[in-house]
Design a protein around this ligand. Structure first.
Ligand code: RM4
Ligand code: MN
Length: 388
């Protein structure tokens, strides 16, 4: 059995992956949203479910909120509720994609009144961050156009920068803004923040507290994502990850599901760039569980990240460098692949047990009775979902 060195164990022990509150609510495709028994009806129940993931894995100490989906009357109370369950409130996500006013854009809109409304929404998100103790404001914009000629591409880019400047100016000293990019959808011809370069240009013009968020599902098929990870770290602008997995588009599936090797390569570059367990680079999930149970879906996800981190930490850096320097292509590749093909699951199970955690968190959750309890208790009310 592969053993994990003390260095690897200590790196794994520090690992923290933020969970998205919306992963516990219902979601679906544009064809159907299936209801799932036990789905939370409010943010309090979402946080309780997230805390279960952390209870069996010790990997997920914080939960990201999405506004307005997770609006509550008293954020200090929500924060206490989270803390009582052993988790923190994390990143606050803004939402400018579900309001009729934003049909032709929000922060980029031609109409100053619409831009004002969208900016005000972000300022409200920062007020919420003050109350929840959150550090990061995550902005993903659904802005773009469907037809050539429909929009003034340059004007929209300028207005985006102006709007972001107003939002940035409101951030506290310890707060950050992370700008997420996505190459298509919901707009199909152009997106105002389509790629890491655009996000980088926009946040670099703002200042040190603005960073790029890389969602692994937001690239064209075949994109070398780990190269982007390397470059953003090199530039000091990789602020966070939204981890998920995709076969075709922005599928938001369980991280590592479609391409475990890609996840390995990404985490290898994070380690190489000094981003592992570095608070500057937040690890988050951004996923939806449409047909599988949601809490086990999140447990599987954080375990996949942990497993690939362990494998990436096994890469023999000295041997790899030696092979690279000597131009031994196949030896270098072999060092890399040896680590990837190493089955770390037995060693991880043993290590978890040595820390008082379940060796098999999936089985521990299944045996805990929590799923049966929420399915029995959460009757009535409106199940949480993407309808704001
Ligand atoms: C978007 C994007 C955002 C997330 C929403 C729900 O596609 O990835 O990060 O907040 O989905
Ligand atoms: Mn995302």
């Amino acid at each position: 059995m592969t053993t994990l060195t003390p260095d690897i164990r200590s790196a794994l022990e520090q690992q923290a992956i933020e969970l998205p509150s919306w992963a516990f609510g219902n979601s679906g495709t544009r064809f159907k949203v299936f209801a799932t028994p036990g789905t939370p009806r409010d943010p309090y129940e979402k946080i309780a479910d997230a805390a279960e993931v952390n209870r069996v894995t010790a990997l997920a100490p914080s939960v990201a909120l999405h506004i307005p989906w997770d609006k509550v009357d008293d954020y200090a109370d929500l924060r206490r509720h989270a803390n009582d369950l052993g988790v923190e409130l994390g990143t606050i996500n803004s939402n400018t994609f579900q309001d009729d006013d934003y049909k032709f854009g929000a922060l980029t809109h031609e109409d100053p009144a619409v831009r004002r409304k969208a900016i005000a929404h972000h300022l409200e998100c920062i007020d919420i961050m003050d109350a929840t103790g959150s550090r990061d404001l995550k902005i993903w914009l659904a802005e773009g156009s469907n037809y050539p000629g429909q929009a003034d591409l340059r004007g929209r880019q300028d207005r985006l920068q102006e709007s972001l400047q107003e939002i940035y100016a409101r951030l506290g000293d310890d707060q950050r803004l992370v700008l997420e990019y996505k190459f298509f959808e919901p707009a199909f011809y152009h997106t105002d923040v389509p790629d890491w370069g655009t996000s980088y240009a926009q946040v670099a013009a703002l200042g040190d507290k603005a960073m790029v968020c890389l969602d692994t599902g937001h690239h064209a098929p075949g994109t070398n994502i780990e190269f982007i990870v390397m470059q953003l770290q090199r530039l000091g602008k990789l602020g966070s990850f939204d981890f998920n997995s995709r076969f075709y588009a922005d599928d938001d599936l369980i991280v590592g599901a479609a391409d475990p090797f890609q996840l390995f390569r990404i985490i290898f570059e994070v380690i190489r760039g000094g981003g592992l367990n570095n608070p500057d680079v937040a690890f988050m999930l951004d996923q939806c569980h449409n047909v599988e149970k949601k809490i086990p879906g999140q447990i599987r996800s954080v375990l996949n990240v942990q497993e690939m981190t362990a494998r990436a930490l096994l890469v023999d850096g000295d041997a790899l460098r030696a092979a690279q320097i000597s131009g031994d292509v196949l030896a270098a590749n072999a060092v890399f692949m040896d680590a990837f093909y190493t089955d770390v699951r037995p060693a991880l199970a043993e290590w978890r047990e040595s820390r008082g955690l379940p060796a098999d968190p999936m089985a521990a959750y299944a045996a805990s009775g929590y799923q049966e309890k929420i399915e029995a208790d959460r009757v009535g009310g409106v199940q949480a979902g993407w309808g704001a």
